[in-house]
Design a protein around this ligand. Sequence first.
Ligand code: GDP
Length: 301
Amino acid sequence: DKGLEKTKSNLFGKITKAVAGKSTVDDEVLDELESILISSDVGLDTTVKIIDRIEQRVRRDKYVTTKELNELLRDEIVQLLAEHNTVDLEDYTLPSAAKPCIILVVGVNGVGKTTTIGKLAHQYKSQGKKVVLGAGDTFRAAAVDQLKIWSERVGCDFYSKGMQADPAAVAFETVQYAIQHNCDVAIIDTAGRLHTKINLMNELSKIRRSVSKSLDGAPHEVLLVLDATTGQNAFEQAKHFTDATDVSALALTKLDGTAKGGVAIGISDQFKVPIKYIGVGEGITQLQIFNKRAFVESLFE
Ligand code: GDP
């Protein structure tokens, strides 16, 4: 997979280098492996977990060759990912059979929120679904405009009350629009302001409340968008947002632009939320469904 080339060459390349000239996995190799995982943004807690598991295997089997290490590591990572990524989607299935299905998209500015909404809308549209995008990020002038441009590119409906409008009101009315216009899905953008944690929490819960007031059982999905190139910042944001609201799925963007795909492993493990999509480019079709096995294979092939 071209989009993941960088991730691939890096993790695998580094490990191969680290074990060159060694035949068995010893403490030195494990130390090397630990720093490779940390420098690949797997995160400290998850790295320690992986190293512990491999150490146990090494202790049990006494003699583990460096050749077996890759296999072992691959198994451990797949297992870790499997704990929270219990379903591998086969296509862009809506998160609920409800009609309209309401998806709230959260995340800080610049992570690729608007782009991900556009790409997702394109997929649903291609399935013949009727889609509306709701411009709930009313704090940035560009946000409303950009979402509108995406709706035109996709050829789907767009609902906005302009800039400065109350985001909760936009969310409420987008849902009403979806009901009245017989839409299959409404994807609602939100402002990702992280001034203070309390602020974020209040804003998100207000939007959530107004969405469920507009339609019982909604939102059906809260999708958090994170930029994979930001490493530790992505972890911080995941913490803020999962603390502030019930995040049901993750989209990890810009995996084409980073050698550090490890962020996917750590974030899914630490925040116990499945990764649903990965962004591998700026184009409208460059959103992929996250497949844990394919992802891990791409790290090692
Ligand atoms: P927002 O502020 O979170 O809405 O971010 P945007 O959707 O405007 O995206 C910010 C920048 O990241 C834009 O230049 C996008 O084209 C770019 N971008 C978004 N997703 C991806 C991706 O998966 N790969 C790459 N290479 N760029 C992306």
